[in-house]
Design a binder for this molecule. Sequence first.
Ligand SMILES: Nc1ncnc2c1ncn2[C@@H]1O[C@H](COP(=O)(O)OP(=O)(O)OP(=O)(O)O)[C@@H](O)[C@H]1O
Ligand SMILES: [Mg+2]
Length: 519
Amino acid sequence: MVLINNIYPKDRQRLFTNRKKELKLIEYNVESFLKTGLRKHLVLIGLRRIGKSLIIYEFIKRNKNKINISYIDLKKTSMEPQYFATDYIKKVLQWSLKTKEEDLLILANKLNNEKIFEQVNDFLNKKTKKNYLDQINFAFSFPELLSKLLNKKIVICIDEFQDILGMNRYKGIDDIIDIFRTHLQSQSNTFYIITGSVITTMEKICLDDKSALFLHFNKIINLYNFTKEDSFALIKKIFKQEQLSIHVKDILFTLFKKTTGNPFYLTILTQKIIELNKLFDLEIDENLINKAFLIELTNKNSRLYNYFNYIFENSLEKARGKASLKSVLFELAKEQPDSLSNLSEKLNKKSGEMRTLLKRLIEVDLVIQKQNKYLFRDNLLRKWVALFYLGINIEVTSSSKFINELLSQFQEKYQRVSTELGRATEYEYKVKLEKKLNIKLNNYNKNNLEFDLVGKKNNIYYIFEIKHRNKPANYKDVKNFLEKVEKSEFKKIKLFFISKSGFTKQAEGLIEKNGIGIL
Ligand SMILES: Nc1ncnc2c1ncn2[C@@H]1O[C@H](COP(=O)(O)OP(=O)(O)OP(=O)(O)O)[C@@H](O)[C@H]1O
Ligand SMILES: [Mg+2]
């Protein structure tokens, strides 16, 4: 069983680019641990979506046959201690035994060792009790137990390590980092590679001399954006995957410049250009890149828009004083870098208060300080804030009117494509409904009246309205349907309204009143 392919599918493997230096460093340190026992635990730190997880996946893919490596993603793990402990042990066993088996006892049984089986069984029996500390202690000691049993050193990769702090809220666990450190220190067969995306927090965990892990994770690998050459290489790979080729330097360079070489942004923007090119037959030039960029940043269905919206709201949620923090960010979006005194003046705040606000923004990685001036950590996020909240396009000199026009122009075209998609979906419904109701159904279009599907059974007409949209059908949708039916030739009828995203409250009322079926 190749577990890595589940989290790192083959098509993504093919796009992997660059990171030679980082992978070499990881492999070098792991090899010297395997040979000499020297443990220099590694930590990968970098902004969200810079490619931390991908490096770990790539390392596992390349070394899975010679080294016992486990991967635990704390983003996908509950921080309730008993669940965390179970998941931690389970993941270590699944990776070590190369199986997807979910049952902890079955997993433990596969080890053919009575002692470990008993220990796991004991752990499971006590799990309902709130002895959190015991549970966590058992989980953290498990990799070493296992490695001794298998007589094979073990490498544990913990992704999004900073999330572990979520356990500090639970009874009996005062300092989870210190508990982790105690285990790490007493082990000799277990090597750790951890990653973290909240840079400020990770630095506190690993570099602050007050932190329990200070000096234990002293090999820090900082991840940065791609260089120009690596960006070009990634873009070309994405084009190749779509059976297209691109060699025009200007285009490659514009893409690199717009995304500042962030591999995630680069991937999204390149894919968008290819999509626009294929859907609308538009030539790939600078103009198209500009359009794709604006669409990605402003269109609510776009991946980048949604990503920035999530990051922005989520980061602010974590810090206190959301409204004031937003005002500071808006000022920086308009003009940066800016000084403390300038910002205080602009927002009419005392400098002490402004300092606190900036400190909070730094803690959630939205802002950094450089020589007494403050600026966004991520320049693209800044552009998004400027565009979305302030309607300013810092990049191209254009007004929000221009953007709106541009978007509506594209939306029109999208509309056409989505109508075509709608037809296809209608057909799928037709097939399913015909089978379910044992009736022949067809699209109806007569005297300017259109129904998605109509059929006749026992002298009754079955009329269907289908809305395959991402928002609930509303009162007006249902009313329109009823009015259409009213005008039609059909008298003995049974009505059905099918909506992919459900109905609004008012729509539900109307549906019920008129005895419309909703399947
Ligand atoms: N070396 C790379 N080669 C090709 N694409 C990459 C590379 N690194 C990152 N990417 C692109 O960026 C995306 C994000 O990468 P990844 O998930 O590894 O980032 P991350 O730093 O772990 O993010 P998060 O903080 O959200 O966990 C990938 O899905 C991929 O599209
Ligand atoms: Mg990640």
